[in-house]
Design a protein around this ligand. Structure first.
Ligand SMILES: Cc1cc2nc3c(=O)[nH]c(=O)nc-3n(C[C@H](O)[C@H](O)[C@H](O)COP(=O)(O)OP(=O)(O)OC[C@H]3O[C@@H](n4cnc5c(N)ncnc54)[C@H](O)[C@@H]3O)c2cc1C
Length: 394
């Protein structure tokens, strides 16, 4: 029996699915191999990153202990990987006490993810970059509402009850909708008029949902409007200073808080880890996710530059793509171990969904050239299913 060590770096969406798929595909079905599976993450938990808007709107835990996801059969190691020495098939990691350790691997899956694009220090507001930022956003708007109960000046009250969300991708849309619901709920509880709560969603583009059809973008906008969100198109937020938001159009808006929901960037540590990355910092892989110049190393998820060789389409930074890549990776690793031809990457189908507050949602897919749109409770049901599926809760 051959003993192999497979390390998965990163307990995000790509990493946890990679562990599950490798466990299912190889350990139980590849004869003559005993696989030791190790999952390394900086944190002892998996963060449900796509739900970051939830703790920004309501006190809510969106983490799941990795030991709960993998109670047996997987070694969970908490530490920060600092370097991959692919020649030696070894990685270096810093444990929680700051000690440097090294670990040998036969197979390594790099799923170190992405970070949220930062704002400049003078741009004001808070970027929804992680759990701490989400809690800060929650604390600021709640404290603004509390202040409003003590203030008589109408314009200052209006300002404190106004929030701008800068960036109208899926994250911005979901954040604006969730805030619209919970800020109004809290305003009511404090005896304030909930109709005075203003949520602006500032969109740099001409319409919402650039990835899909115009009519779905318009439908989303109507739903947001019904929830009390004002969408401003072609309005890039430049900065928020002393409670005044300045837009690229020249318009200014008094706000109590500006929440930035900007795009994602590959994990900046990747460039220093010793793997080959492209000019944007994504790990370079072949069509079967094998990292160039590093035998036994694969990379999937937000950190990898993954291209469908048939269509030339580059995978986006989304959970659904990470999950599909991980499912294929299990079969790829099994094929590579057995010396068989491995499957190649294929783009995921057109499918997007949105949570629109805690009571409704929307899902869109295009199949056989036909658009299917699901709204309301059904839309939310689909959305919740995808959230749970992505975190191995289904
Ligand atoms: C606010 C927000 C909203 C989003 N909304 C959506 C959405 O609605 N739908 C959607 O599909 N996608 C959404 N995304 C994108 C989605 O979160 C990513 O595509 C997904 O997280 C990718 O998974 P991943 O496993 O590749 O990376 P990540 O989830 O980033 O996981 C990477 C993991 O690696 C660990 N790690 C990183 N570096 C190291 C290191 N050096 N050592 C040890 N561990 C390390 C991290 O701790 C983390 O657990 C959103 C992202 C954000 C930030």
């Amino acid at each position: 029996m051959k003993e192999l060590t497979c390390i998965v770096l990163g307990g995000g969406y790509a990493g946890i699915h990679a562990v599950k798929e490798i466990q299912d595909t190889i350990r139980d079905k590849t004869e003559g191999i005993r696989l030791r599976l190790v999952l390394i993450d900086k944190h002892p938990y998996h963060t449900r990153k796509v739900l970051l808007f939830k703790p920004a709107a309501k006190d809510q835990d969106i983490t799941i202990p990795l030991l709960k996801l993998f109670p047996s059969g997987v070694e969970i190691v908490q530490g920060q990987v600092t370097r991959i020495e692919s020649g030696e098939k070894r990685l270096l990691l810093q444990d929680t006490a700051g000690n440097e350790n090294s670990m040998k691997y036969d197979i390594l899956v790099v799923a170190a993810g992405s970070t949220v694009r930062q704002i400049e220090p003078n741009q004001g507001g808070v970027a929804l970059t992680g759990l701490e930022a989400a809690r800060k956003i929650h604390q600021i708007w709640r404290s603004n509402l509390m202040k409003t109960t003590q203030i008589r000046d109408a314009s200052e009250r209006a300002r404190l009850m106004t929030i701008a969300v800068a960036g109208a991708g899926i994250s911005g849309i979901e954040t604006a909708a969730e805030l619209a619901y919970f800020v109004r709920e809290d305003a009511k509880r404090l005896g304030l008029n909930p109709d005075l709560v203003n949520i602006y969603l500032c969109n740099h583009n001409k319409r919402l949902f650039q990835e899909g059809p115009v009519k779905v973008g318009l439908k989303l906008e109507r739903s947001l409007r019904a929830l009390g969100v004002t969408v401003c198109h072609e309005s890039k937020v430049l900065h928020e200073q002393k409670g005044v938001l300045t837009l690229s159009t020249g318009r200014t808006l008094p706000v109590g808080l500006c929440v930035w929901t900007l795009g994602l960037l590959p994990n900046p540590m990747l460039a220093k880890m010793g793997l080959r990355v492209n000019s944007e910092g994504y790990v370079l892989v072949d069509t079967s996710y094998r990292v160039e110049g590093a035998p036994g190393v694969y990379s999937i998820g937000d950190c990898a530059h993954i291209v469908d060789s048939a269509s030339g389409r580059v995978d986006g930074n989304t959970c659904k793509e990470a999950g599909a890549q991980a499912a294929r990776l299990g079969r790829i690793v099994a094929a590579d171990l057995a010396g068989r031809p491995a499957p190649s990457h294929k783009s995921f189908m057109d499918f997007f969904c949105f949570g629109l507050g805690p009571e409704q949602g929307m899902a869109w897919t295009r199949q056989w050239g036909v658009d299917f749109v699901f709204t309301g409770k059904l839309g939310l049901g689909i959305r919740k299913y995808t959230w749970d599926l992505a975190s191995l809760l289904k």
